[in-house]
Write a protein that binds this ligand. Sequence first.
Ligand code: ANZ
Length: 809
Amino acid sequence: MSKQVYDHKSIEAKFKELWNKIDLHKTPSSPNKKYKKYVLDMFPYPSGKAMHVGHAEGYIGTDIVSRYYRLKGFDVLHPMGWDAFGLPAENFAIKTGVHPRPNTDKSIEMFKKQLDAIGLSYDWSREVGTHTPDYYKWTQWFFLLLYKKELAYKKKASVNWCENCKTVLANEQVIDGKCERCDGEVIQKDMEQWFFRITEYADRLINDLKKVDWPESTKINQINWIGRSVGVEIDFKLNESDKIVKAFTTRVDTVYGVTYLALSPEHPLADKVATQEYKADVDKYINSTKSKTELERTSDKNKTGVLTGSYVINPFNKKKIPVWICDYVLMGYGTGAVMGVPAHDERDFEFAKKYNLDIVKVVENKKAKESDKCEDNLPYTHKDGVLINSDIFNGLTVSESLEKIADYGESNGFVKKKINYKLRDWLISRQRYWGAPIPIMYDKESNPISVDIEDLPVILPDDVEFNPTGVSPLVDHVEFHSIDKKKYPEAVKRESDTMDTFVDSSWYFFRFCDPNNEKEFASENKMKAWGPVDVYVGGAEHSVLHLMYARFFTKVLYDEGYIDFDEPFISLRHPGMILGEDSRKMSKRWGNVIDPLEVIEQMGADTLRMYEMFMGPFDQSKPWNTSTIQGVRRFLERVYKLKDIITDNENNNAESELNKLIKKVSSDIESFKFNTAVAEFMKFINFVEKEGSLSNSQLQRFLIVLSPFAPFITDELWQELCTSASKENNSIHLQKWPEYDESKIKDSKIKIGVQVNGKLRSDIELDIDTEEEKVKEAVINDQAIAKWIEDKEIKKFIYIKGKIVNIVV
Ligand code: ANZ
């Protein structure tokens, strides 16, 4: 005899145990390539904080998708692991004074407990943690692969330094001048660091976005971050000498309007160009810019500069133009020199006004009214217009002239066509402890020597004082630097910096294909079989971080012949944020954080899952609402009682509704419209409760379709309905997704045209078997029709069933 009350606690405990026992979520070992789905979440970093309900949203979405495809007969890979190295874990360790390893392992345990409670169908036999030697051995292997291909290199450069974390950061990890991890101030420092040559892949990283189904905004973020600019470099001769200053411009059409040339304070000529008279001013200026951040220099409204007394010659019109040093010009972009065109560039205009420089207009908007053509409307920065004051190019449109002027300059030897990128090489060394050691040693002259692959992993020692000091904590670790002298006679020490954690996460999705491989990071066969990831879910904040780095790694592996695909994530979705009940971001500060374990304790995991999917569109932010979650709980209680209305006969109306439900839920899951799928379940239950009957087979099919959303309650009800002797192996999750039959889907609603005095005035939607009296009532109360009747007397009302209404007034 089954229980009459829906007791989620006992049901969930029972099935968690049963599923484990029968290894329900085990990944098939050799998938059918045509029918495989690799469904992946961005793996979390276990930094000490527990997960809140917002984090669960994406995991529930992918779990539904995984369960759905399994029922559809696909071989599914749905793994989980830990992005366990890195600053969050290390900063937490510093705060608590506990070593990051036990801290991290404790966090992992806590996360796992939470994930398990939600009923997520991960195959835990594939779990990976980036902080374990058998994982980071391969992170180091990737470093060596890039080093061998000259895609990893060391150079001295001006780099971002976080004062708080006491380490360098990659450009992507500086958000609005602040550290991505701790929000601390970032300054520029000259340091020798390791880089990955991601810029080599800039064009492919843009072009291949065509191949993937990603949110448009994420693609645009990447394209803008890579920042491809097509332009030219123009040679300006300095002071009639042989010295040349090259300036990069995307607007060669404005070259006759150049009235000054601006060098960045870091330009190699900056401290050499000043004439005697200006030298002191220039030195002072260059010194003063050193304390400014890049952000201050570029966003500062008040552009500053200093005159050098030198001049250059514009090779097009041979005019002499003054050379300035300006800190709004950055050394890291183009050539570090800009040709100033005040009439057509906002910054140059501001600068020229401030220092009283010439402004020469060279592009005119033909269509503008006469009054708009005057100088007051400068700068004119648009590209629709024709050239004036530009010698032989006068009269050409901007777009015609770009090519012609560049060709002319090129044939005369002072112009070179050039494509520039905003993207910089990825700085991967960190002066911190909790990361994979870089597998490099140095000889006496500090020349790098790479560690042999067979000597990997270079182990990260545990007994290290990890408080950040500005140099890697590994510098003074004696044992870490003891090297096999026989094998590496030249090596005197190891590289002490560790790798950026984003290196660890750039390849973890390959490891999941073959997580226990001791000989390779993953076998070619396994990667071919499972890769690429079909469905990937994770935060939009990674659009130029992890999502770009992982694409870069994938392309390198593709070029090296390890894999047969060159994009890692075919379709990508970002979950929206779940806000607190007060519509604010969940945070300890506001006291509005909701713990999934508490919700599960009170209402059950199935309720939490269905509610989170019901809250609104997956990719949008939405506030938590306690009364709606109670409504979802009541829905499940009603599902629990459905077995009470089972009859022997198939209910035809329910059959039609059920087929409609199967069709809608299938397409909704495939397109991540979980909220409308849940609404459809609710409509269905309203319908069958009204009908009062449902056959066993109909209830079974309903439960299968519901099972990806509510895996526990559906398995419980399944066991009760099922007559087979071996219930254990008869989990609902091992069944087949029901097919729907289009011919059985009859619409219960129908649209009926309404004529007034012979003219079609509107239509009205009604249940197919509404009686005439009710039709009349509905028609009269319909606003669109009421205005044609007004207060006139209805002389005739004719209803042709299911077809048309005719009213004579
Ligand atoms: C002259 C000019 C005239 C420019 C005009 C623009 C408009 P994007 O599109 O972002 O690549 N520039 C070049 N190097 C720079 C540097 N190191 N620091 C600051 N600015 C620099 O921008 C290219 C434009 O940015 C270039 O084209 C140059 O200004 C400026 F009506 O040259 B232009």
